[in-house]
Design a protein. Structure first.
Length: 435
């Protein structure tokens, strides 16, 4: 299977895609008029993506909140850049390449007749800065990534950065009460290091401490798309339109509560709340929690030669005020939908006026997964917003929307290439038209 992007898309202003390299910070000093003009260029690019096939079945924020300055035309850095997208993230890679003002480089990924993975790189990579985009949702995608890194290292690439929108096996980050099991998240990090990865860019790890599984010689940039989702809900709930020159006042500030789907999501809910408060200026945005308490104990097995049996029970409690408020439930991964549907039911019973949900990773790509249908059947839910970190080929029901994080990843790659701070990019800023 060949993953390459050879066609160029033309912007509305006639600018060739290959002429500019996107970054969120200018090199040197740039006057205000140049910054405003470049901001318009970025908006034109994102609008073009919305209209062409790259943005199909996806939603975007209507204004810029994280891309506040111009693009940089740097031929030397552009010459050193090589961007590859493996099959699990091919569409994401095409969108990133377009926003960066370049094209995907050519790589053949497939399999031999005996089922072994085949990787062949068609472009020269000696002395180049390599970025490989790959979501590791399956064993085959992991093997494709590892062999691609190996081929690039053997091809004398200068530096290799793995861009991983969804880090597979991230939930296997510790040993539970079961015996003799791996810590697969750490093993994934060791495999990438052994193959020769120099750095990693990943999105919303299940546990941020997973960065510590990589050695100090392999820096990890951890992106949080929560503020991007907060900007989307800000536009939806506050009635922010497309027209920057509109004199209409936004809707009256709604009463909003951010609900953590379980205890481990409280820090994400707080970050989401902080971003929404900064965008809206509304201090009356509260945080609630769905607490799912599980009790485990051992009982003696009737057969002395058999190990003891573990019984468990659990109770669910909603902590916080949701009565008569618009609620946004926060989670990082939705797979079977059990945790999310349970949280939706709890919030609905507690008197919420409207219910929305945001989950970074929609791991709904397998054909037999019926979670989308369960979500669609929930009358109390307005819609669920997920990112496009995992490619989902089948059509999703109307209540599930996909938010593109390609602009976030493209900006991160540009900053990484320019050796600039990626953390500063996530500082929420109100668009100039609203200041």
């Amino acid at each position: 299977r060949r993953t390459s992007e050879e066609d160029e898309y033309d912007d509305d202003d006639g600018t060739e895609s290959s002429e500019l390299l996107a970054t969120s910070k200018d090199v040197g000093s740039v006057d205000a008029s140049a910054s405003t003009e470049a901001e318009g260029v970025i908006l034109d690019r994102m609008n073009t993506v919305r209209r062409n096939g790259l943005g199909k079945d996806q939603v975007y924020t209507k204004k810029m909140y994280f891309y506040q300055s111009s693009q940089v035309k740097d031929a030397k850095k552009k010459f050193r850049l090589r961007l590859f997208a493996l099959p699990s993230s091919e569409k994401m890679g095409k969108e990133m390449a377009y926003l960066l003002g370049t094209s995907l480089n050519c790589i053949d990924v497939g399999s031999f007749t005996d089922g072994e993975t085949s990787v062949k790189i068609d472009d020269m990579v000696r002395g180049k800065e390599i970025y490989v985009v790959c979501t590791t949702t399956s064993s085959s995608s992991i093997m494709e990534l590892l062999l691609t890194v190996s081929a690039l290292r053997r091809g004398s690439a200068k530096r290799i950065c793995a861009v991983i929108p969804y880090y597979g096996y991230s939930r296997q980050d510790r040993r539970t009460m079961q015996r003799r099991e791996p810590i697969a998240a750490a093993d994934m990090a060791r495999l990438l290091e052994e193959m020769g990865v120099d750095s990693v860019i990943c999105v919303d790890l299940h546990n941020p401490l997973l960065k510590g599984f990589f050695s100090p010689t392999v820096p990890v940039d951890h992106l949080s798309p929560g503020p991007v989702a907060a900007a989307y809900f800000y536009e939806e709930l506050y009635g922010i339109g497309d027209d920057d020159d509109s004199k209409e006042e936004p809707k009256e500030a709604p009463k909003i509560t951010i609900v953590a789907a379980h205890e481990n999501q409280v820090f994400r809910a707080n970050g989401f709340r902080n971003a929404l408060q900064k965008l809206s200026g509304n201090e009356d945005i509260r945080v609630a929690l769905v607490s799912d308490t599980k009790s485990l104990w051992r009982t003696q097995s009737p057969n002395a030669s058999m190990p003891s049996v573990h019984d468990k029970s659990h109770s669910t409690t909603l902590v916080g005020d949701v009565q008569g408020r618009k609620c946004i439930i926060i989670d990082d991964i939705i797979n079977t939908g059990g945790t999310l549907t349970n949280a939706i039911k709890m919030v609905d019973k507690s008197g919420a006026s409207e219910i929305y949900a945001w989950a970074t990773h929609g791991v709904l790509h397998l054909p037999g997964n019926d979670a989308p249908e369960k979500i669609q059947e929930m009358d109390c839910l307005k819609y669920l917003l997920i990112s496009n970190s995992v490619a989902i080929e089948r059509e999703l029901p109307p209540k599930i929307r996909k938010l593109s994080i390609a602009p976030l990843l493209a900006e991160s790659v540009a900053k990484h290439l320019h050796s600039e701070s990626i953390r500063s990019m996530m500082s929420v800023q109100t668009p100039k038209s609203e200041k």
